[in-house]
Design a protein around this ligand. Sequence first.
Ligand code: GTP
Ligand code: MG
Length: 278
Amino acid sequence: MAIQWYPGHMAKAKREVQEQLKKVDVVIELVDARAPESSQNPMLQEVIGDKRRIFVLMKRDLADEKKTQKWISFFEGQGHQAIAIDVNKKNDIQSFIQLTKQLSVKVNEKREEKGVNPRSIRAMVIGIPNVGKSTLINRLAKKKTAETGDKPGVTKKQQWIKVTNFFDLLDTPGILWPKFEDQEVGYKLAAIGTIKDQILHLDDIAIYVLNFFKNSYPSHLIDRYDLKMEEEDVVRWFDHIGKKRGCLIAGGEVDYEKVADLIIQDLRNGYLGKVTFD
Ligand SMILES: Nc1nc2c(ncn2[C@@H]2O[C@H](COP(=O)(O)OP(=O)(O)OP(=O)(O)O)[C@@H](O)[C@H]2O)c(=O)[nH]1
Ligand SMILES: [Mg+2]
């Protein structure tokens, strides 16, 4: 989690991913369903080239369902397969595996056309930090523990997990850096917990979140904090929330740092309801 993305670090990450990519037919690109655009790596497209992609919108349990559907249609419209999952739902994992089955049929049709024998598709997971790469790999591996296959290439040493008889997965994900250029993207990523809290100020993130909800999901705020929407000043909301929730310093003053932290934790725990920032 504490990765600092210095230029040398990025170059190394890119090289490692390019090395791994040589071994696979398919890239499983994880994005956060709460920010499917902002949580993409800025140069992944360039790194992947024309390799097949499945977009997996992770943490769908925390995202706005309508927007999730729109994003899936968007990715499909671009010619990719796309699915939203909550890794804690067995059905979602099954649906994902079903998708890889369809893909394996397509890949093998191509192989047969070329007169090459069909085989399992080989895939790897790629995504920015904290998007859920390890969790997904573990869920997929649990179905059948990693095994040293009798097929060449499917050995423990080469780190393949045999998920089904048509789908092998590289057991180490490709980690790439998030987008930094745009300030608003930065706030979104900080809000969902991708960028370390120290990089952007906690107060600013919380203010961004309050303003975003005020515009897009006002009822969520009213429900959670009993706020009055006529009150224009977000700082007054801090006071209101602080008093209501007992975030106070010694003299009874509101502790703004604590309020900011509370808002962000509430958001990440889903207490502010399902939300999508993109
Ligand atoms: N609610 C919810 N949480 C999830 C889901 N998938 C992953 N998480 C949580 O997201 C957090 C990060 O998951 P990881 O699997 O560690 O993410 P990662 O991409 O491997 O992160 P790095 O190794 O830091 O790059 C963990 O707290 C997971 O429990 C999901 O579908 N729903
Ligand atoms: Mg991980």
